[in-house]
Design a protein around this ligand. Structure first.
Ligand code: PEP
Ligand code: MN
Length: 337
């Protein structure tokens, strides 16, 4: 349930509603939003009667939330969430462009890529220091050394750092370096990790699980938000289907569907979505046309030498060309880059 306060409700009236919610053994959540003061309620087993709240002084209305995901739903918060990543918006009218290597491999590789993607218009540098690899014999990432190289790239370029955190154990360390904590597809339903992310005050990029439904994905986001961290963006990165010609099937249906169901920003990852360098740009353009709030694209100065995902990494010049096209499409759908 969502309790919406009248425009001129006093702090005391808001506090009385919060107290009433607590007295019923339920949990109140302050819903951020410029337009109105609203309090979300979770913890109820069945549905709640609006009359419990709509007669209280200062209350405009009490609304039942029909979706199982509550705090991330548009029903509870109409306006788009815009995450402030140290002065760079994630969400809102301007597209958030994230680019960089799949893995941080060396000082030269990460710095060269960072300068190139910045020159092309990216505001975020992506790069994994902890890599979830299908095979234990493949490159697992540089760990803290990789985080330090990302921090150096941030120092030189001003780009915000997006990097994956794989487990609860390394979360404090990764959070020390990252501007945005990426949760990989394989970890979308790692509930203990999600709970911990709810406690850190850091933006989170929650990738979709390879076979997660949109509802399961939103419930995963709800885990984080319900513990007080509203800074969550969703990332469509392709799902597993019967198709074998492409690495995954980029589910662009998810973009407009999510935009109607949730106020959280939606980012598209065309690199993992299709897995083929020649077609990444097409899917990136399609993602923007479909209404995504940003892109995350793998870029490597020498893709043929990459230690992971070289086959889907753009060269810096391919990325630059993609950015030219993205600007045109963004303009056509009323977005800025
Ligand atoms: C990645 O971004 O390099 C990655 C491992 O992505 P995903 O979790 O979507 O497979
Ligand atoms: Mn990758």
């Amino acid at each position: 349930m969502l309790v919406v306060m009248k425009q001129h409700a006093t702090e005391g009236q808001v506090e009385a509603v919060v107290e009433k919610i607590r007295s019923l053994g339920l949990t109140p959540h302050a819903i951020p939003g410029a337009q109105r003061v609203a309090i979300g309620i979770t913890g109820n087993k069945g549905s709640l009667e609006p009359s419990l709240f709509d007669q209280l002084p200062g209350v405009a209305e009490a609304i039942r939330v029909s979706q199982p995901f509550k705090l991330v739903s548009r029903e509870v918060k109409e306006e788009d969430t815009v995450i402030d990543v140290g002065g760079v918006p994630l969400g809102g009218n301007a597209l958030a462009i994230m680019a960089g290597p799949c893995s941080v491999e060396s000082r030269e590789q990460v710095l060269e890529t960072a300068h190139a993607v910045k020159a092309a218009g990216a505001r975020f540098l992506r790069g994994g220091a902890y890599k979830p690899r299908t095979s234990p014999y493949e490159f697992q990432g540089l760990a803290e050394e990789g985080l330090k190289l990302l921090a150096l790239a941030r120092e030189q370029t001003g780009l915000k750092i997006v990097t994956e955190v794989m487990d609860v154990e390394t979360l404090p360390l990764v959070a020390d370096y990252a501007d945005v904590l990426q949760i990989g597809a394989r970890n979308m339903q790692n509930f203990s990790l999600l709970k911990q992310l709810g406690e850190v005050r850091r933006p989170v990029l929650l990738k979709r699980g390879p076979s997660a439904t949109i509802k399961e994905w939103l419930m995963a986001a709800e885990y984080i938000v319900s513990r007080g961290n509203y800074q969550v963006a969703l990332c469509e990165r392709g799902i597993r289907t019967f198709e074998t010609m492409t690495r995954n099937t980029l589910d662009l249906n998810a973009v407009p569907v999510l935009k109607s169901l949730t106020h959280l920003p939606v980012i598209v990852d065309p690199s993992h979505g299709i897995g083929l360098r020649a077609h990444v740009a097409a899917m990136a353009r399609a993602g923007v046309a479909a209404g995504a709030d940003g892109l995350i694209v793998e870029v490597h100065p020498r893709p043929e030498k990459a230690l992971s995902d070289g086959q889907q990494s753009l060269t810096p010049s391919e990325f630059e060309e993609l950015m030219r096209q993205v600007r045109v499409i963004a303009g056509a759908v009323g977005r800025a880059v």
